[in-house]
Design a protein around this ligand. Structure first.
Ligand SMILES: NC(=O)C1=CN([C@@H]2O[C@H](COP(=O)(O)OP(=O)(O)OC[C@H]3O[C@@H](n4cnc5c(N)ncnc54)[C@H](OP(=O)(O)O)[C@@H]3O)[C@@H](O)[C@H]2O)C=CC1
Ligand SMILES: CC(=O)N[C@@H](CCC(=O)OP(=O)(O)O)C(=O)O
Length: 344
């Protein structure tokens, strides 16, 4: 299948190139920009002598004629508009932004502070949390890829929320992300001198991923209530760790909880539930599409601690986008994604 990438010069676009370049079933037909039509390696010297493509302006007619699938690695507020230029065309779409995830368009307006696209357009996209929405992804041609923090958080919480094992108002998510999560556009807050040897909290109780996480939690279990969700910036390039706390609604042992997680993810090749009393670090998934999860039941407090780690650019963005494209096309979900974590 022939693929086009829009938003190529950003970090998500670069990661899509890294995966698609060696994918056996997709080839990169065209890569797009709103800036100069220069060879990709001008923008990304690490692709010198590897990728000959020139960046091209975005021409929806031409892209739809030449390609079978288009990936939008474009900012929120941009994707929603671009997608509308493709809806009347025969082409599969995978969008990495937040524009097509929230079914309640008032929520979008409130949390993103931008004009939403129509609910009809949002509803024509399937939410691409690959592990838990496979049937819908397989029969769709339009995927709205989850946010990076929601991916780590939701994969961590799914077993206990679906099995109704926690108090509905007790979820606290303490999440941390590497700086590439903020994209490639420079900002003062993300400069080396600001971020090296530093650790910051940001968007306190205001993060735009809160309604996305709550939407999925209540889809799974209508009892679920508002969550507390805090985001922090780590002085690393990649990686997300979500440390999640929730109060159990009954007495459960560590062994029972571990069995539940292992059972629920036994058919999910990218989710690795760690053995009891071992916990993942972000470096153990860097460069790969894995989400690694460690759990612990604190018998003293009756609370569950869940640690969920991903690479924000892989399982949190481009990796999951390709996983969804695989599922959408009936390919094995791991195709072209079997990267080992890059360690150390
Ligand atoms: N970084 C991450 O870890 C994650 C990102 N996401 C989401 O994925 C999307 C891409 O993220 P990321 O790669 O980090 O973002 P970047 O800011 O790094 O890149 C976005 C790219 O979009 C292109 N772009 C900007 N404005 C327009 C426009 N008006 N029309 C067309 N293209 C435009 C730019 O390319 P050019 O200037 O060449 O046109 C730019 O390089 C975002 O929506 C982000 O929220 C989701 C999960 C994780
Ligand atoms: C580290 C960092 O700044 N991360 C970004 C993730 C943004 C993102 O992925 O945006 P959408 O999913 O909403 O499109 C943030 O916290 O806003």
């Amino acid at each position: 299948m022939k693929a086009a990438i829009i938003g190529t010069t950003g970090y998500g676009g670069a990661e899509l190139i890294r995966i698609l370049h060696s994918h056996p079933l997709f080839t990169i037909k065209s890569v797009h920009t709103t800036r100069d039509e220069v060879p990709v390696w001008n923008e990304y010297p690490h692709l010198f002598n590897i990728m000959e493509n020139k960046l091209e302006q975005i021409n929806p007619e031409k892209i739809a004629k030449e390609c079978d699938i288009v990936f939008f690695a474009t900012p929120t507020g941009v994707s929603g508009k671009l997608v509308q230029e493709f809806v009347d065309k025969e082409i599969q779409m995978v969008d990495l932004s937040g524009d097509l995830r929230l079914r309640n368009t008032d929520d979008y307006q409130k949390w993103y502070k931008k004009e939403p696209v129509s609910a009809e357009l949002v509803n024509s996209f399937v939410y691409g949390l690959s592990e838990w929405n496979k049937e819908n992804i397989a029969t769709s041609k339009r995927i709205s890829n989850p946010g990076c923090y929601p991916t780590a958080t939701l994969l961590g919480l799914a077993p206990v929320v679906k099995e109704n094992m926690i108090l509905p108002n007790s979820i606290i998510v303490d999440a941390k992300s590497g700086i590439s999560g903020a994209g490639r556009s420079p900002s003062r807050a993300n400069m080396f001198a600001e971020m090296s040897e530093n650790f910051k909290i940001y968007k306190v109780n205001q993060h735009q991923h809160i309604p996305e996480i709550e939407q999925q939690l209540t889809d799974w279990n209508s009892e679920m209530q508002a969550i507390t969700f805090s985001t922090h910036l780590l002085p690393t390039s990649r990686g997300i760790m979500a440390t999640i706390y929730a109060t159990l609604n009954k007495s459960v042992t560590n062994e029972q909880m571990h069995e539940l997680y292992t059972e629920m993810y036994k058919n999910s090749p990218f989710v690795r539930v760690r053995p009891l009393h071992t916990y993942p670090s972000i470096k153990e998934v860097t460069g790969s599409n894995y989400c690694d999860i460690g759990i612990n039941v604190d018998e003293r407090t009756g609370r569950l601690t869940i640690v969920s780690v991903i690479d924000n650019l892989m399982k949190g963005a481009a990796g999951q986008a390709i996983q969804n494209a695989n599922v959408m096309n009936g390919y094995e979900e791991t195709t072209g994604l079997q990267f080992l974590p890059l360690y150390p």
